[in-house]
Design a protein around this ligand. Sequence first.
Ligand SMILES: [Mg+2]
Ligand SMILES: [Zn+2]
Length: 284
Amino acid sequence: MGDSFFNCCYVPPHPPGEGEPVRSRRTEIMASQSTHIPSDKRFIIFFDFDETIVDETSDDMVVQAAPGHHLPGWLKDTYHPGRYNEYMQRVLAYLAEQGVTESDMRTIMEKLPTTPGMLTLFQFLRARPPQDFEVVLVSDANTFFIESWLRRTGARQLFHRIFTNPATFNKDGRLVMRPFHSHDCPRCPDNMCKQVVVRDYVARRTQERGRPYQRIFYVGDGANDFCPALALGPRDVAFPRRDFPMHRLITETHEAMPGEFKAVTVPWVSGEDVVQRLRKLVAE
Ligand SMILES: [Mg+2]
Ligand SMILES: [Zn+2]
């Protein structure tokens, strides 16, 4: 229970405060976390994970560990739209029953290919002065998949925060994933609305800092990246992967409801396209 926020956000252990007023463990951890991020940063950049940072979908790739590298039809038939998180839990249970181990899954995750130009983008962010970017990952994958890949590639340190579904191995060696939160956004799957995540995070950080960020950036590809991008303002930049669902939804919204989508839109094919635009914006 109390560890769930650590599991979903990979915050370094922090000594619990003594004599603090009674409040939920989650609030306590979130509050103490904030001391780890300096308040002098100019920008926040949010990243999706699957098909944005890595050029695959981790949930699909983990199936490689199944016997014959595929799932049986009866299991695939249990998928219901909007209930993807629960379906994935059944997939993980099946993999465990088939003897797939933590190490097998980690090996697959470590081999997920990086999306073209993404490492160049990471290098760019790392090389900027420390007061430039607060870097946040928001993903509907899970802590274990993401952590495996980030640690393998050495990119873990770049991210100040990671918001994703908490996942841990139980005593039977099964990866058990829990929903990130609950929300009432009609656009998003039950377990995660990235707009709620982004809004809450930016609001909380802005309050802590006592001033707004200069700009907010969001790099993504999927339909569930469209929802958070809708919350961006006219000074912010949405970076949708070109011709992926996020890009199509932005284009459709511009046509159907002009003015509804406010952020500047910069489609990308390579992470280098993102770097090019960021270079101009940080120079302002
Ligand atoms: Mg994605
Ligand atoms: Zn939503």
